[in-house]
Design a protein around this ligand. Structure first.
Ligand code: SF4
Length: 110
């Protein structure tokens, strides 16, 4: 999983300082950092119950290959549509179990 999203030199150059903090090197190869099984750039919009890429305009080329609204994109949505809701439920349970109000914080990475 640490080698899930490859970041090439052109991707690295396109990213701002924040995005650079989201990558890591294995040898001389760069990848997006993975946290809790997901790309570190992925954030959860708790109010909308969906994931968002926090560096969408600067995302790596391999992410751009999956064009929004394309057949491949719609296929991914069909297969994985429930994942944000499951993550949101887990966050709410975690917050409730730790004395919170049972509500996940908006925009915080899951
Ligand atoms: S689209 Fe954004 S959140 Fe998704 S893998 Fe690429 S950089 Fe990470």
């Amino acid at each position: 999983m640490p080698e899930y999203v490859r970041v090439f030199g052109c991707d690295y150059d396109r990213m701002d300082d924040r995005a650079r903090s989201l990558t890591h090197f294995i040898g001389n190869r760069c990848y997006m950092r993975i946290e809790d099984g997901r790309c570190a750039a992925l954030t959860l919009d708790a109010s909308a119950g969906r994931f968002l890429c926090s560096i969408y305009e600067e995302r790596p080329d391999c992410c751009r290959a999956l064009e929004r609204g394309s057949g491949a994109c719609l296929g991914e949505l069909h297969e994985k549509r429930e994942r944000p809701l499951l993550a949101l439920d887990a966050l709410r349970r975690r917050a409730g179990g730790e004395g919170g109000q049972g509500r996940a914080g908006g925009g915080a990475p899951p």
